[in-house]
Design a binder for this molecule. Structure first.
Ligand SMILES: *[C@@H]1O[C@H](CO)[C@@H](O)[C@H](O)[C@H]1NC(C)=O
Ligand SMILES: *[C@@H]1O[C@H](CO)[C@@H](O)[C@H](O)[C@H]1NC(C)=O
Length: 320
């Protein structure tokens, strides 16, 4: 009897594993920023690593208030055109990865940064983004014909006005056929200096909070208490739909701290943040710094209680 049941038992275990994997791919994920270091490898390479579910192309550094919008992808395509990225974006999307254009960053580039002069200006910027990066039309699309999945707001410089209007105007471009996804990357201290009003509108599908370079709310060696307290606040903050733990992918990625060694993240941090229903995954700054980090944490990012041990999941993945 023991012998005859064994195949059945194995079959059931395999099914459980497969269903855990399926749910894992539909559940929490990893977001990464790509674009600010020419030595980080290609966009397509990042997507083919299999480690990411969202890629933010960083950054559109200046726009608004009549400025000529400036895309800065560092060594990837300055000063040459970036339209070659179009086919790479489409490869990423074919792998199920959502690709966003990230607005902002911590430098204004050649311009005056990210300044929306008025609600009307915010609507004009939305129209510009729609026509040049999303589903609209323009004969000078900086990333070519590929239609990005959405827009990320990483506003750290410029003005704090009218980001709520921009979010709403972009949200309004969604159609039944194609949604325009929106994400925001605020600093962890609440309220964020630039994005607070916009976040509270609830238009953002994903909020990946930067728990680094922010002493009041980041992990410090051996002490997760400030991080946990901040996460708890964010998890019930007005307008936050899906919350990501934004982290440096290496110690060097965050000069003012917040790095969490992968084993600490997996053993002490993820089990706590995953107990919140709004947990959506982990955001990493950045692809350049992510040598081994996403590989190390990926099996644990979806904290599914039904998942067997990670080793078993890996095995069944290989079998499947
Ligand atoms: C978005 O659409 C709604 C409904 O049509 C409209 O009332 C609102 O003014 C639009 N928002 C923006 C910022 O264009
Ligand atoms: C990252 O992985 C590479 C190759 O697997 C290895 O040589 C290197 O030591 C690892 N680095 C760290 C910081 O673990």
């Amino acid at each position: 009897m023991g012998f005859s049941l064994q195949p059945l038992f194995l079959a059931i275990i395999s099914l459980l594993m497969i269903s855990a994997l399926t749910r894992s791919s539909e559940g929490a994920g990893i977001a990464v920023y790509w674009g600010q270091n020419g030595n980080e490898g290609s966009l397509e390479g990042a997507c083919r690593s299999g480690n990411y579910d969202y890629v933010n192309i960083a950054f559109l550094v200046s726009f608004g208030s009549g400025q000529t919008p400036e895309l800065n992808l560092a060594g990837h395509c300055i000063p040459s055109p970036c339209t070659f990225l179009s086919s790479e974006i489409e490869v990423c999307q074919s792998l199920g990865i959502k690709v966003f254009l990230s607005l902002g960053g911590s430098s204004p580039g050649q311009g005056r940064g990210q300044i929306l002069a008025s609600p009307e200006d915010a609507r004009d910027v939305a129209a510009y983004l729609w026509n040049n990066y999303l589903g609209g039309q323009s004969d000078s699309r900086p990333l070519g014909a590929a239609v990005l999945d959405g827009i990320d707001f990483d506003i750290e410089y410029g003005s704090n006005l009218y980001w709520d209007v921009l979010a709403e105007a972009l949200f309004n471009y969604s159609t039944a056929e194609r949604k325009v996804y929106l994400s925001a990357a605020p600093q962890c201290p609440i309220p964020d200096g630039y994005l607070d009003t916009a976040i509270q509108t609830g238009f953002f599908d994903y909020v990946w909070v930067q728990f680094y370079n922010n002493a009041p709310c980041q992990y410090t060696s051996g002490d997760p208490s400030k991080l946990f307290a901040s996460w708890d606040q964010w998890a019930s903050y007005t307008g936050v739909n899906t919350l990501f733990l934004g982290l440096p992918a290496a110690e060097a990625a965050a000069p003012s701290g917040g790095y969490i060694p992968p084993e600490v993240l997996v053993e002490q941090i993820l089990p706590v943040v995953q107990s919140y229903p709004k947990y959506g995954g982990v955001m990493l700054w950045s692809r350049y710094y992510d040598q081994n980090y996403s590989t190390a944490i990926r099996p644990y990012v979806n904290g599914d209680p039904l998942t067997c041990t990670t080793k078993s999941v890996k095995k069944s993945h290989a079998v499947a």
